[in-house]
Write a protein that binds this ligand. Sequence first.
Ligand SMILES: Nc1ncnc2c1ncn2[C@@H]1O[C@H](COP(=O)(O)OP(=O)(O)OP(=O)(O)O)[C@@H](O)[C@H]1O
Ligand SMILES: [Mg+2]
Length: 405
Amino acid sequence: MSKRNTLCAIDVGTTKVCTIVAEVNEGGLMRVAGVGLTPSTGLHKGLVVNINEAKESIRESVRKAEHASGYKIETAYVGVTGRHISARNNRGVVAITRNDRLVRSDDLKRVLQTAQSVNLSNEERLLHLIPRGYTVDGQEGVRNPVGMYGFRLDVETHVITAAISSVQNLVKCIRAVGVDIDDLVFEPLASSEAVLSDDEKEAGVILADIGGGTTDISVFKNGSIWHSAIIPVAGYQFTRDIAIGLGLPFEVAEEMKRKYGSVMPVYEGGTSDTDAIAQNGHSISYQGLCDVIRARVEELIRLIMLELPRNEMPSLVPAGLVLTGGSSNLSGIDVLGREIVRLPVRIGTPVSIHGISDVLQDPAYATSVGLLLWGLKPKSAPSWKTSMFGSNLRNLVSRIRRLFK
Ligand SMILES: Nc1ncnc2c1ncn2[C@@H]1O[C@H](COP(=O)(O)OP(=O)(O)OP(=O)(O)O)[C@@H](O)[C@H]1O
Ligand SMILES: [Mg+2]
């Protein structure tokens, strides 16, 4: 596949693997050429737990996308999530020492490098270093300082790191199916590209991607990411609670949840609250099903909101909460969200891309579509790819030094 005019995304989720191939024209417009969807195996809470199984799911998804698009996939943007990821804000500062005191793009690189020097353990590596804003000689809120005059340049960054071993397992699976990695992208960042508006990011908003194994949270303020976190509770736990609470096999509980599940006390489809619902020979009370789901979802939304100080919520995130991921399909989840959060709550469906098949118009594909959009963005700050390269280079240099010693 020619890298110049095609882009590919692979979202290896806990419940499904989604591969998308898109063509990009000279004006940067994208057209989806093919989608490959397959249920995922070998993953738990966003992490690879069985390499062979995960590899086979990815292989199948890639094969389907290649078949649908007619392209051979050689490289892809790949999503990464899980509790091994941590995020923090960090500051970098450099002096502008040249006589003309003009900030140049080299100074931007230098200041980002200083912000990168967070204390990483041997098991961690940088996934993203995202500049949130620059300060030139005390003047805050500068978006692009290049061309400005100053003595001192500061940068505020959001630093996202990941456990090397967890990421290596995922990378191994992708490479094993003959696909190289353009870059690894923290999944909530990808989802945000697909479902949040610039206005929401500017005003302040929480994005929660409630998937199968994890709920990925990112908070945006003043146009850039401000906080991120992973909660290991999502659709899988909802289904497990239904299965245990109502005495159903897991698969039946999953089908019931998808077909009838609602967090509202009264079913909009007309079933009265005393009605029994049946699936594969199992019968349960509709009200019982909704009660279990409502309790779990309510708990999860409260956990999401604990990420921010309650009394500062209206000023920090006036645009409220955007729910995405497959589990945000639960009927009434936005209404329940508004009751709890007392701020705007909406469901985030991915923006439509030209040529996109209808199947992607579902919150479950926010990350997949977002990975493609991420791939289109110009890159300036360090990422996994560059940090891998950097560390490989450092290792090489230190090995050569040792040789000469
Ligand atoms: N209509 C629906 N009603 C309720 N739940 C749904 C519905 N459709 C999908 N889900 C749930 O969404 C979850 C899958 O969401 P998604 O595809 O976003 O997860 P994933 O990306 O595979 O996993 P993760 O991002 O956690 O690794 C499953 O738990 C599934 O039960
Ligand atoms: Mg997902």
